[in-house]
Design a protein around this ligand. Structure first.
Ligand code: EPU
Length: 462
């Protein structure tokens, strides 16, 4: 806590303002070129969880004091959230050098409690500011997200929950406006399990008057991590990580320092890459306890994974067996690992039926995998994958974050050089994936635009 007090004395400057837009547009044309065939051998350090860092950053809105977050991944979605908070008047400092994974957020003077369409359309998790803004500022104006590549993804449950806490909600011109002098505790029973919905309303309830009980909550580790941060900030939350969460509202929250949990989806992605390439990879700084369903499934496919306290070693030198998969809310098999698993299924002996239960349109990767030689038939929420089919390099295109990861993994075992376009999708949630993969022996290169931009007319031209 001493550090926070010290920080309060120093006015935070947004030192990175000059970087506001740098690096944001320039890699939109980037592609990966991957030559398959190398077994991956060595260690990979797992970054902090994007999906825990995003709500943690939004939680800083709940207090006037600085919140210091460590183990923040260096990914594009974090940059987007920083921009969003800055647009509201927050001071957000991202560390440099050895402190590059730390951010300090001060929301002392929030001038504009608004999340504009331009930001929300690029990152749906922007809606996480809705609850904290109403709770602390008494009002919020947040753009409705609209559809997205993996499904409709409405936010009706966030809205219903806020109404249960006494907020008045109006909807106009594509925006939700929420207002409440002070939220009051209530009973929220989610019709459907929602991760960011649980997080949004848990944050809102911390400053409500009285007790809130939330039923049918998401049990993801990211929800529990957010509750841990909020409790450090002075909130009174019990039960996060189970389906019933109780929150006793307090009148004020204070600053805190918190370390974000490791990214279980990044870890899972590298585990599947290791299993497929027949290598020997050790993941460090990860939490095997968060990966139960995936480890169980890999075992079923015949892969050996050795968990340590914060490490996971994967070795595989033999053919994989097919196994059916159904995505479920945590602790079930994560939808965010379904695409990567589908790539694995293309290389397993036998037929795997993959059922996607969380999002209605999350099979965009299947057609790209088919272009690389996979035998996959999609029928609604089910995909039937007939393995084993050798994969051959092709030009493919990313459609969303996890679909992109499945294509990278496929390219690592394909014959020839695969070119993956639109890798900005992968940059949203994987920290320098190409460097991490190169470090364990993959042949992967990022390339920008092939032709340089024409900046000025050539000298002497008419
Ligand atoms: N849903 C509703 N109404 C709502 C909210 C959700 O009908 O108000 C539905 C959704 O349409 C979906 C289901 O409920 O069918 C579950 O959606 P959820 O709200 O749990 O998803 P989310 O909170 O928007 C988070 C992750 C996603 C991850 C899902 C499911 C973050 C920032 N995002 O999204 O992560 O896939 O939970 O686990 O935490 C990713 O990282 O690639 C990613 C998409």
């Amino acid at each position: 806590m001493g550090t926070i007090r010290e920080l309060k004395k120093i006015p935070l400057s947004v030192r990175i303002r000059q970087q506001e837009n740098s690096g944001e547009e320039e890699n939109l044309m980037d592609k990966f070129v991957i030559r398959g065939g190398n077994p991956l051998v060595g260690n990979i350090r797992i970054s902090g969880a994007k999906n825990a860092a995003l709500p943690a950053m939004a939680a800083a809105i709940l207090t006037e004091e600085p919140v210091i977050l460590e183990n923040i991944p260096d990914v594009r979605d974090i940059q987007t959230e920083r921009k969003l908070l800055v647009s509201m008047g927050a001071e957000v400092e991202l560390g440099y050098g050895r402190a590059s994974h730390r951010t300090t957020i001060s929301c002392r003077n929030l001038s504009s409690p608004e999340a504009a369409y331009e930001v929300v359309k690029t990152m749906r998790a922007s809606t996480l500011v809705l609850g904290p803004l109403v709770a602390r500022m008494g009002r919020a104006r947040v753009s409705l997200p609209g559809g997205c590549a993996i499904g409709a993804r409405p936010i009706d449950l966030h809205i219903k929950g806020l109404e249960k806490l006494g907020a008045t909600i109006t909807q106009e011109h594509g925006y939700i406006e929420a207002a409440a002098e002070r939220l009051r505790g209530g009973l929220i029973s989610f019709d459907k399990i929602t991760v960011t919905g649980t997080e949004d309303l848990m944050m809102a309830a911390t400053l409500a008057e009285g007790e809130t009980v939330m039923e049918n909550c998401a049990r993801e580790p990211e929800v529990a991590d957010l509750a841990a941060l909020l409790n450090k900030m002075g909130a009174n939350i019990e039960g996060a990580g189970t389906s019933i969460i109780r929150i006793m509202g307090v009148s004020k929250l204070h600053g805190a320092r918190h370390r974000i949990i490791p990214d279980r989806i990044e870890a899972g992605t590298f585990l599947i890459a290791g299993a497929l390439t027949g290598g020997d990879i050790t993941l460090t700084s990860c939490d095997p306890a968060h990966l139960g369903a995936l480890l169980h499934k890999l075992e079923e496919c015949g892969v050996t994974v050795q968990p340590g306290t914060d490490t996971l070693r994967i070795t595989n030198g033999h053919r994989l067996h097919a196994a059916d998969l159904t995505t479920e809310e945590y602790p079930g098999f994560p939808t965010d690992m379904q695409a990567q698993y589908m790539t694995l299924a293309t290389q397993a002996e036998g037929t795997s039926v993959v059922t996607e239960n969380i999002f209605e349109n999350r099979f965009m990767h299947a057609q790209e995998l088919v272009r690389m030689g996979a035998n996959i038939k999609v029928d609604g929420r089910r995909a039937v994958v007939h393995g084993f089919t050798p994969l051959s390099a092709a030009a493919v295109q990313c459609s969303d974050l996890r679909a992109s990861a499945s294509l990278v993994i496929a390219a690592l075992v394909a014959d020839g050089e695969t070119i993956i376009d639109r890798v900005y999708h992968i940059d949203r949630g994987y920290e320098r994936i190409e460097e991490k993969l190169r470090g364990v022996g993959a042949q992967i290169k990022r390339i920008g635009e092939i032709l340089p931009k024409r900046t000025a007319a050539p000298v002497g031209a008419a």
